[in-house]
Design a protein around this ligand. Structure first.
Ligand code: DCP
Ligand code: MG
Ligand code: MG
Length: 347
């Protein structure tokens, strides 16, 4: 498996159209410059990371760490256009490919020899550099999870191959947070049981893990023991579908669901007609000051269920908007799409 993740992606895209920023410490955040301190950092360049700045941090705090930080507001449609071009390059290699986020994808190399896989990795890196002037990091290993971990460990602008027999050594002293999918909740629970490293997780009681986390617990136990059963789910060339609507002035925030429901119905109809299934559901709000906020829910499996979209929308709305912060526009989006052409039984 070969895993590609672009380096400081949104900020690297900004360097393409603002060459004067290249190599500087700057951040990309959610809010317009006038109200930037109310938002969060979406990414920052590696020079900015030296000051302790990170994605997800409040912009106000990032400015405490570096008061003369350069700030830009995110422009997602621009980044998504660049992302499509990168995926076109990856697709041209004709391997089975899964897109995992705006800046990452996995290619299934089958039983390729290590030398051949490495040469392919360098060829991909060079093409992305030559054609897009962007740095990609690449991890090659057995399974999606270990290839992603190799990619993370290679950053920035790296390429790392971890052979099957090297995996246990590679993962055992890493913190559990290095495993993809371990967030604050799972991480906190494991830490409360004194499980801090992947090596410690490998020795945990698998039945307990399943009791706490269901089938994810079993995946975690296997991964910690060097087993990765994840398969490539071939992605659609369409990255996401969305619908949005302007909210009338003084609209009751409790009634936002009534605006989103018909949008979600139309969206799911569109997905089914395009023979697509989705895994991620997002609701986006644009506020009066044009700052935006997006919250997402990722399902365990691909779906085409309107019910699941509506359930996700109902649970996200209260987290996104409040009476003190009225939204001017609201939208719903489905992403992580797969093509189900020829798999009619799924519908
Ligand atoms: N992103 C975001 N909010 C976050 C994390 C990420 O909006 N909390 C966006 C901005 C990132 C892009 O997604 O540029 C890709 O995320 P990555 O996690 O791959 O991070 P970067 O590509 O920015 O940096 P790295 O070099 O560590 O991959
Ligand atoms: Mg990245
Ligand atoms: Mg990424």
């Amino acid at each position: 498996m070969l895993y590609v993740d672009m380096d400081y992606f949104y900020a690297a895209c900004e360097e393409l159209r603002h060459p004067e920023l290249r190599g500087k410490a700057f951040v990309v955040g959610t809010s317009p410059p006038e109200t930037k301190e109310s938002g969060v950092i979406q990414t920052c360049t590696y020079p900015a990371r030296k000051f302790g700045i990170k994605s997800g941090m409040s912009t106000a705090f990032a400015f405490k760490l570096k008061p003369d930080l350069i700030y830009l507001q995110a422009d997602e449609p621009y980044y998504e256009g660049i992302s499509q071009k990168i995926f076109d390059i990856l697709r041209s290699y004709k391997y089975k490919m899964e897109i995992l986020s705006v800046d990452e994808a996995a290619l299934d190399l089958g039983d390729s020899e290590y030398d051949k896989a490495k040469a392919l990795g360098f060829s991909i890196k060079n093409r992305i550099k030559n054609e897009m002037n962007l740095d990609a990091s690449i991890g090659i290993s057995y399974g999606k999870v270990f290839a992603k971990m190799a990619c993370d460990a290679s950053k920035p602008n790296g390429l790392l191959l971890i052979k099957k027999e090297e995996i246990l050594d590679f993962i055992k002293d890493k913190p559990i947070s290095a495993l993809p999918g371990i967030g604050r909740k799972t991480g906190g629970k494991l830490k409360s049981m004194n499980i801090n490293t992947i090596g410690e997780l490998a020795k945990a009681n698998p039945l307990k893990l399943i009791e706490w986390f269901g089938s994810y617990g079993s995946d975690l136990y296997q991964q910690a023991n060097g087993i990765d059963n994840s398969r490539i789910e071939e992605s659609s060339t369409i990255l996401s579908l969305s619908r949005e609507k302007v909210i009338p002035p003084n609209f009751d925030p409790d009634a936002l669901y009534d605006i989103l429901k018909p949008l979600a119905e139309d969206l799911v109809k569109d997905a089914i007609s395009k023979k697509l299934m989705f895994k991620t559901i997002s609701v986006k709000a644009v506020f009066q000051d044009y700052s935006t906020s997006v919250k997402s829910i990722t399902l365990n499996n691909y779906s085409s269920s309107l019910e699941l979209v509506l359930k996700a929308v109902r649970s996200i709305i209260p987290k996104l908007v409040s009476e003190t912060r009225p939204a001017r526009k609201i939208g719903v989006r489905i992403s992580s799409l797969i093509d189900v052409k020829g798999q009619k039984t799924l519908f």
